[in-house]
Design a protein around this ligand. Structure first.
Ligand SMILES: Cc1cc2nc3c(=O)[nH]c(=O)nc-3n(C[C@H](O)[C@H](O)[C@H](O)COP(=O)(O)OP(=O)(O)OC[C@H]3O[C@@H](n4cnc5c(N)ncnc54)[C@H](O)[C@@H]3O)c2cc1C
Length: 592
């Protein structure tokens, strides 16, 4: 039986004591005082733990069904979807002029975490709609915005993203779906898309598919790709639903996890589509959405790990096995609880220190996105776009690892479906693959992001870490336990970046052979930085005589664990990177 309680206290700690959001100069942040965010987070936490989480296992066991072209979602999903609609949750951080509440993206991110932790598969119906709205708001005409956004914001209609085809996922230049221009300015879209999340379902009146397709005259590869709006039901002149469009779900994919989300093969048979954004600039339109889409997937990584951790922790406190090596801790019982054993604690702390570090990192990235959107701050935009492949790749890898660790705490019971732990691992796995597989995130980081704008953003990141260390090193405890390890890890990162700069042009394989290690090295430095920032805030709270000293002591102990036991991984990653291309490329393909 799975359980989830939203970590509102920890979220509030990051928002108010680490990021100090209500003191920020970002427009809209001054309104985010503790009482206000408390009210939102409490309501979101309740929604997640009372409505979404109880449907998580139902979604997993029941899955979606396709009958006569109609996809049914698992029992209870419809009612829960109505509750999310009624709560106005989808419009929280969307513009007021379309019916939203206009709150910062950061607030939507925190709520998103709670919803994903409760039920990732369910939340994807809303999450993809939110992403599609973003694309329409950024690239649509005023008419398109007025036609689609209010209905999608209210979740009367949902949205999808159709990129992948059977023969092309990463390499979208190979795409075959065609768009033929019509006299009335619309296009006929023909082709087959696969693996489309929320492609067809029974939760909404209409589904607005955003589809990448090739229109004539655009040239080869990704250059010829444009983005189209293809509604499931065409709209009449007054905006009401008209005839069914020529788009249908041909098959539901059988898959490892997220069974509650309908993953569809979508057939477009001359479906009517409307150009979104500029002709032949579809890839660029998709790219503008990328930071938020990838942050959303990186968030899935640690959000699933949070729930898995909560369940593993409860089990470790309850399950009696063996005795503590230093003497019985439950002398009246037949054995001690699992949590007395050092290796179980190691396991739990690996999960806990990752989840809390990743939460802080994700909220910081969301704050930078607000800074770039609301203040037009290009440095913030550059920094976040540098860190996004790290956030996506590292956090989803580690999130899966944490979910497997949580399963391990339950021993054989973790492997048996009844306990629900295997679902967390199965659900977490997809986040490493979609929205750009993690190997491709590493490629993006090393091939594009570190050198972007002459390496300006990478330099800004290093400078940020350096200044944080310098400003705080007078504090001896912080220095020894947090800043010195962070400095060493940051040096490893700089040495790796320098190696790539030197090797990049003359030996690109050397950079790419080390790209995955670099992404993880970078991820550890980001979490190390966030732990140092959290430790500073926790120390300040304790020094000020905070009421809940136990919370801050736990924060510091968890941070010390991360710095002592996780962060040193940077030196292994650097060693691998410096070994260059040979160990990876020496074996010819025929010799494998
Ligand atoms: C459950 C699920 C839901 C999905 N939802 C959607 C959706 O809503 N919309 C949508 O459009 N798509 C969706 N996808 C598709 C997903 O985004 C793709 O599967 C993913 O992008 C990878 O593409 P691919 O499967 O074709 O793998 P490939 O591109 O064939 O890649 C295979 C492997 O090779 C690696 N690789 C590829 N090229 C390179 C390179 N140049 N250098 C190094 N390594 C490389 C990749 O990292 C990967 O590990 C979904 C997939 C699944 C399974």
């Amino acid at each position: 039986m799975q359980n989830y309680t939203a970590p509102t206290k920890d979220a509030q700690f990051v928002l108010h004591e680490v990021l100090e959001i209500s003191k920020s100069d970002i427009p809209g942040y001054a309104d985010l005082d503790r009482d206000f965010t408390d009210a939102i987070l409490d309501a979101a936490g309740k929604m997640s733990s009372e409505i979404l989480a109880p449907l998580n296992a139902v979604g997993d066991t029941e899955g979606c069904r396709l009958e006569n072209g109609v996809v049914s979602t698992p029992k209870g999903f419809k009612k829960a979807f109505e509750a999310v609609k009624e709560g106005g949750w989808n419009g929280l951080d969307l513009p007021e002029e379309y019916g939203g509440q206009g709150l910062p993206y950061l607030v939507g991110t925190v709520v998103g975490e709670f919803f994903v932790s409760g039920n990732m598969a369910f939340n994807m119906y809303q999450g993809l709609t939110h992403g599609a709205i973003g694309a329409i708001l950024t690239h649509g005409t005023d008419e398109q915005k007025a036609t689609y956004v209010p209905k999608m914001l209210s979740l009367d209609w949902t949205g999808t993203m159709n990129l992948t085809e059977a023969h092309c996922g990463t390499d979208l230049g190979l795409m075959r779906t065609k768009a033929e221009p019509q006299k009335d300015g619309s296009y006929k879209i023909t082709g087959e898309k696969i693996f489309i999340s929320s492609g067809e379902h029974d939760l909404a009146e209409n589904i607005i598919h955003l589809v990448l397709a090739k229109a004539p005259g655009g040239g080869e590869g990704t250059k010829g790709i444009s983005l189209f709006i293809v509604p499931k039901f065409k709209l009449k002149a007054d905006g009401s639903l008209g005839a069914r469009n020529a788009v249908a779900c041909g098959k539901l994919e059988e898959k490892m996890g997220i069974h509650g989300n309908a993953t569809c093969v979508m057939n477009f048979d001359g479906a009517t589509g409307y150009l979104l954004g500029d002709l032949h600039k579809g890839m660029r339109a998709m790219f503008t959405m990328m930071n938020e889409a990838r942050l959303g997937v990186g968030l899935q990584g640690y959000s699933i790990a949070e729930t898995a951790y909560q369940n593993a922790l409860a089990y470790a406190k309850d399950r009696l096995q063996g005795r503590a090596v230093t003497g019985a801790e439950n002398p009246d019982g037949p054995a001690d609880p699992l949590i007395v054993h050092p290796d179980i604690r190691r396991n739990l702390l690996e999960q806990k220190s990752f989840v809390e570090g990743a939460r802080a990192f994700t909220y910081w990235a969301a704050e930078l996105i607000d800074r770039s959107h609301r203040l037009g701050d290009e440095d913030a935009e550059g920094l976040v776009s540098l860190m996004i492949p790290v956030l996506k790749g590292f956090q989803t890898d580690k999130g899966f690892e944490a979910a497997v660790n949580a399963q391990q705490v339950l021993g054989g019971h973790g492997y048996i479906e009844e306990q629900g732990m295997s679902q967390f691992a199965r659900d977490a796995r997809i986040a490493m693959i979609y929205e750009g597989a993690n190997g491709v995130q590493a490629l993006d980081l090393v091939g594009r992001k570190i050198g972007q704008d002459g390496g300006k953003h990478a330099m800004a990141f290093f400078e940020y870490v350096k200044s944080f260390i310098k400003e705080n090193e007078a504090d001896a405890a912080l220095k020894a336990q947090f800043l010195d390890p962070l400095k060493a890890a940051s040096k490893d990162l700089q040495a790796a970046a320098m190696f790539f700069v030197q090797q990049g042009m003359k030996n690109p394989n050397a950079a790419l052979a080390g790209s995955y290690d670099f992404m993880h090295l970078f991820g550890h430095v980001c979490l190390g930085l966030m732990w140092a920032r959290m430790a500073k805030a926790a120390q300040a709270a304790l020094a000020a005589g905070a009421e809940d000293a136990a919370f801050y002591e736990a924060k510091l102990a968890t941070g010390r664990f991360y710095m002592a036991r996780q962060l040193p991984a940077t030196s292994l990653h650097l060693t691998r990177i410096l070994s260059g291309a040979d160990p990876v490329m020496a074996l010819g393909a025929e010799a494998f």
